[in-house]
Design a protein around this ligand. Structure first.
Ligand code: GDP
Ligand code: IMO
Ligand code: MG
Length: 428
């Protein structure tokens, strides 16, 4: 039995897609446990780029079983569009992907309400992906959601119709917007239910059986730890639990299934959407990182906010997920700087802060305490072993280990599978 969790240790887009794909070659099963198609995971195989949103990144391998767990919110329209795109690109999906019967479904009113509530927040908007994620999780918690299993029942249309009646009241009377076409949604989603039927399974049982048979299971995190609804920079977060604990609830498994947690970490920091960002460089340095790292969203195309590596964030993320090793991504983007800065703590007035604080007001007052290291000029995109890296790059990696207290087991020097340095074996 071998269970590996992959989590993002920052605000998402750390390069999870690349590492999940890389490590999936050893996986029998790849499982998503939270989030939905708000995720955008880029995988580059021999120069060809794939953008995955809802479908686990293991899909690119011939014999991997891919599972969308009960904690994921599933947009059927997005799901079938993604399947179609993959098929067109020559990726087989038939018989390789399963959806939990307990997964909640994203309906058109969730997307409309995501848009309307963001508009209503005005300047205090969160900057969501508008994929209906928050409203769908709201309904789940409020106990008015519909799950994949409900789509297979004869009374699905009736149940959905009753919910649409209520949502239309909110949309028209509260927001003053146009009502949704109830009959069309019922017809479209009844048809989606028919098409989804072969994919819908009790995936908790599938994972349990795979684990008992000694299969290798990779748990694919979406988003990042600082976007966790409990432990992130609330309210500038997503509505799920993108930390290792999220997989237990989101897949219906016990903790004994997991024996390794790899934290995916950018060599710098980015975030999309609003919210605090202590090491942000809203200046030439940030622009330089954005251009070198192609920091534009996979899902929304928005330019990402960029800044120096924030060790307080990664140390915090490593603690809350029990991270056993880091995979340091996009190290090549740091090439060419004369001096590199790494934040080791925050200073708030006279107080030195080493543990990421909860209060946004306090965070807004925090100044980064940096250590500065000399940069390197050599191209590192062809380095395939740690020894080949320039001394300055090795020192940069060592500083990250020192600040976070976690070993850097993998280093990535480019988007392709081949541009990966393994320092310590993972998922063996
Ligand atoms: P995810 O959401 O965590 O899967 O990350 P994204 O795919 O949204 O963003 C990461 C971006 O960095 C993608 O465009 C990847 O192809 C790219 N990438 C991943 N690792 C590296 C790396 O080591 N170097 C460079 N230059 N790009 C990388
Ligand atoms: P991957 O898996 C980066 C952010 C949004 C917004 C906040 C809430 O590619 O790392 P939501 O639509 O989830 O209600 O938006 O969360 N966000 C992400 N940021 N990467 C992601 O996923 C994200 N998924 C959501 O930008 O700030
Ligand atoms: Mg992404």
């Amino acid at each position: 039995m071998s269970g590996l969790v992959i989590v993002g240790t920052q605000w998402g887009d750390e390069g999870k897609g690349k590492m999940i794909d890389y490590l999936s070659k050893k996986a029998d099963v790849v499982v998503r446990g939270q989030g939905g198609n708000n995720a955008g995971h880029t995988v580059v195989v021999s120069g060809k780029k794939y953008a995955l949103h809802l479908i686990p990144s293991g899909i690119l391998y011939e014999n991997t079983v891919n599972i969308i767990g009960n904690g994921v919110v599933v947009d059927p329209q997005g799901f079938f569009e993604e399947i179609e795109t993959l098929n067109k690109e020559g990726v087989k999906t038939e018989g390789k992907i399963f959806i939990s019967e307990r997964a909640h479904i994203v309906f058109p009113y969730h997307k409309v309400l995501d848009e309307l509530s963001e508009q209503a927040r005005g300047k205090d908007d969160i900057g969501t992906t508008k994929k209906g994620i928050g409203p769908c999780y709201m309904d789940k918690i409020e106990r008015s959601g519909l799950r994949a299993c409900d789509m297979l029942e004869d009374n699905f249309g009736e149940k959905l119709g009753n919910i649409i009646d209520i949502k239309n009241q909110i949309i028209t009377k509260f927001y003053g917007a146009e009502p949704l076409d109830k009959e069309k949604i019922i017809n479209d989603y009844t048809e989606y239910g028919r098409r989804m039927a072969p994919y819908i399974k009790d995936t908790s049982v599938m994972i349990d059986e795979a684990s008992k048979e000694g299969k290798k299971i990779l748990f694919e995190g979406a988003q990042g730890s600082l976007l966790d609804v409990d432990l992130g920079t609330y309210p500038y977060v997503t509505s799920s639990h993108p930390i290792s604990g999220g997989f237990m609830v989101g897949c219906g498994i016990g903790p004994q299934v997991i024996n390794e947690v790899i934290g995916i970490t950018k060599a710098y920091t980015t975030r999309v959407g609003k919210g605090p960002f202590v090491t942000e460089q809203d200046n030439e340095t940030g622009d330089r990182i954005r251009i070198a790292g192609h920091e534009f969203g996979t899902t929304t195309g928005r330019p990402r906010r960029c800044g120096w590596f924030d060790g307080v964030v990664v140390k915090y993320a490593s603690r809350i997920s029990g991270v056993t090793g880091l995979s340091l991504m996009l190290l090549d983007v740091m090439t060419g700087f004369d001096t590199l800065k790494l934040c080791k703590a925050y200073k708030c007035g006279d107080e030195i802060i080493e543990h990421f604080p909860a209060s946004l007001e306090k965070l807004a007052k925090c100044e980064p305490v940096y250590i500065e290291l000399p940069g390197w000029k050599e191209d590192i995109t062809r380095c395939t072993s740690y020894e080949e890296l320039p001394k300055e790059a090795k020192d940069y990696v060592a500083a990250i280990e020192e600040i976070t207290g976690v070993p850097v087991k993998i280093i990535s020097t480019g988007p392709d599978r081949a541009q990966t340095i393994i320092r310590e074996k993972v998922f063996e």
